[in-house]
Design a protein around this ligand. Structure first.
Ligand SMILES: [Zn+2]
Length: 105
């Protein structure tokens, strides 16, 4: 699919970068695509004391809380998903996979 991936890293010989649905074993640092109820929030990227977020409409949220805690959501826009991408409403991560026989690089 891609030889350099979304981080600009060259895939080693016999491998390529492929977008796959993001799967989490733990709720900590899990991302969710926003539902219609959550739309309208602004991206917090760049938020620091005295600074503001980027101001774009958020499309996904990240759970900053650990186990056994209420979720603490941080909202981010499409430009600030930290190497993730939403494809057909599902969060995807670019992963390195071996190229199978007969598959295009
Ligand atoms: Zn943003």
């Amino acid at each position: 699919m891609s030889t350099t991936g979304n981080l600009g890293r060259q895939a080693p010989d016999g491998h390529h970068w492929v977008w796959r649905p993001t799967v989490y074993a733990e709720p900590l640092h899990a991302w969710e695509v926003l539902t219609a109820d959550d739309l309208g929030r602004e991206c917090r990227y760049g938020t620091r004391p005295g600074n503001r977020g980027c101001g774009e409409q958020a499309v996904a949220r990240l759970n900053l809380a650990g186990d056994n805690q209420w979720p603490v959501w941080a909202h981010y826009c499409e430009q600030h998903l930290f190497t993730r991408r939403i494809i057909d409403g599902v969060l995807h991560t670019c992963v390195l996979e071996p190229i199978q026989a007969g598959e295009a690089a």
